[in-house]
Design a protein. Structure first.
Lengths: 104, 104
């Protein structure tokens, strides 16, 4: 998954070892798993060369990270080397939980 | 590495199988490797659930992707579960090429 961290989310993630993010649409800090119990325990955190991107390796609690009910948000592949419009292919797209039951 | 793709960069990446990006600071499209020869051949491309992030797996030509002369841009780790200011730790930080000789 990809999500935004502001300074406070980064600070809380480093201090607690749980992944915290900042929702730019809701203008609020959130801890991954606070409504779903799908907490992310951070195993490793790295920053990139110009320090505007953070990569974290997590131990994902529960059946998945994606709010659509899948393990990963990256469940669709883009076919390559096509000159025309592409149709996404579903990969690893099996739902591992029911998002309605988890996120209400 | 992390970089921005606009619609044209995405289109060119899909059509050619080479990674194209868009520089928001220079306001211009660029093909990774155009100055360094460190071309990225895309093996697989995925989009995330809300389709605003692209993940690509590449075959990296040359010794590295990072403009600092390293294989990866994520060569610094952030120590976790510290309440106070952190000091970055260097990991996989060995330079694999001389950026001055490769860029410009």
């Amino acid at each position: 998954m990809v999500a935004h961290m502001n300074a406070e989310a980064l600070e809380k993630t480093i201090a607690t070892g749980d992944a915290w993010y900042f929702s730019r649409s809701r203008h609020s800090l959130w801890r991954k798993g606070e409504s779903s119990d799908h907490v992310q325990r951070v195993i490793e955190m790295r920053v990139d060369c110009d320090q505007d991107a953070v990569w974290i390796k997590v131990e994902q609690q529960g059946p998945g990270a994606c709010h659509t009910g899948r393990r990963s948000c990256f469940y669709r592949a883009v076919p390559l080397r096509r000159a025309t419009a592409v149709t996404l292919e579903f990969r690893d797209a099996e739902k591992t939980f029911d998002p309605k039951a988890v996120y209400e």
